[in-house]
Design a binder for this molecule. Structure first.
Ligand SMILES: [Fe+2]
Ligand SMILES: [Fe+2]
Length: 257
C-alpha cells in the first residue's frame, strides 16, 4: 500500500499563511510516501515566491515530485525571458526537483509531464515527447505497478495534441492534474482501450479561490484498488469532504459505491 498526497496550485505570493501551516500539519500527520505537486507553485514566477515554495516543500517530510504550471513560467511582461528561458527560475530555485520528475518503487510508478506552453498563457498540451517519456518510464514496469501520470492541465484546458485517452492507451492508471482550482474525481473511459482515474485537485493554499475552498487529495494505492480522500479547508483545519473508491477489473477502472 502506498499513500500519495496530491497538491496543486500553491501560488506562493498569494498563499494564505494559516492554510499553509495547516497543510504542513495535515501532511505531517498522514505521513504520505510521496507528495506530488501538479504545478502553479508560484503566482508570478518570482524568485522569492519560488523560495517560499521550496521552503514549504522541505517541510513536508516526504519525497516530493513537481511539474510547472502556467504561473511558474516567466510572465508575459518579461517577453524576452518568456521567449528564451521561460522555465529558468523554476529550474534554478527547485534544483533536483525540476529535473527529476519521476519516481518508482515496487508498487507505484509516477511520471511528471510538463504540459505548459510558453507562447500561451492558460492552455496546455500533451505532446509526442510526453508519450515517449511515458513509454520509457514504463518500459520496466510490472502488472502490479499502479502507473501514475501528473501534469498541470486537466482535460478541459488541454488543447489539440494528444488526448488523455492516449495516456490510458500507454497504460496509465491514474492522472493527477490541477489548474482549474476545482476538485474533481472521475473515471476517464477511452473509446478503444481501457480507462483510468482522474484526480483534479483544488488550490491547496492560495487565496485564488474559484468555486472550491482550499483542498488537496490523499490517494491510497492498494493496486488494483484506489481510494481518493478529498481534504478541504473549513476555516480552521483540513477535513475529509469526499471519499471515492475505485477498482480495476481487467483494463477498466470502476467506481465503487
Ligand atoms: Fe493555478
Ligand atoms: Fe494554472
Amino acid at each position: 500500500m502506498r499513500l500519495i498526497a496530491h497538491l496543486s496550485d500553491l501560488h506562493f505570493g498569494k498563499a494564505d499563511p494559516a492554510v499553509v501551516e495547516a497543510l504542513v500539519a495535515d501532511i505531517a500527520q498522514t505521513k504520505p510516501d510521496l507528495v506530488i505537486i501538479s504545478g502553479d507553485l508560484t503566482q508570478r514566477a518570482k524568485s522569492h515566491q519560488f523560495a517560499e515554495a521550496r521552503a514549504f516543500l522541505e517541510r513536508l517530510g516526504a519525497p516530493v515530485l513537481v511539474v510547472p504550471g502556467n504561473h511558474d513560467l516567466a510572465p508575459f511582461y518579461r517577453p524576452l525571458k518568456r521567449l528564451l528561458a521561460p522555465r529558468a527560475k523554476f529550474e534554478k530555485h527547485l534544483p533536483g526537483l525540476a529535473q527529476a520528475t519521476c519516481y518508482s518503487d515496487d508498487e507505484i510508478i509516477a511520471i511528471g509531464l510538463d504540459s505548459t506552453r510558453h507562447l500561451r498563457w492558460q492552455s496546455g498540451k500533451l505532446r509526442s515527447h510526453h508519450l515517449d517519456e511515458v513509454r520509457s518510464e514504463l518500459a520496466d514496469s510490472a502488472d502490479h505497478h499502479c502507473k501514475v501520470a501528473f501534469l498541470h492541465h486537466p482535460p478541459s484546458t488541454a488543447v489539440a495534441g494528444h488526448s488523455f485517452d492516449t495516456l490510458v492507451e500507454h497504460g496509465i492508471d491514474l492522472i493527477l492534474t490541477g489548474h482549474a482550482h476545482k476538485a474533481h474525481v472521475d473515471v476517464i473511459n477511452t473509446p478503444a482501450h481501457g480507462s483510468c482515474v482522474l484526480v483534479q485537485a483544488s488550490t491547496a493554499c492560495s487565496t485564488r479561490l474559484r468555486q472550491d475552498a482550499n483542498g488537496f487529495a490523499l490517494i491510497q494505492v492498494d493496486f488494483p484498488r484506489l481510494s481518493v480522500n478529498i481534504r478541504g479547508w473549513n476555516g480552521s483545519a483540513f477535513h475529509t469532504l469526499h471519499v471515492h473508491a475505485f477498482t480495476k477489473q481487467g483494463e477498466t477502472w470502476k467506481a465503487l459505491a
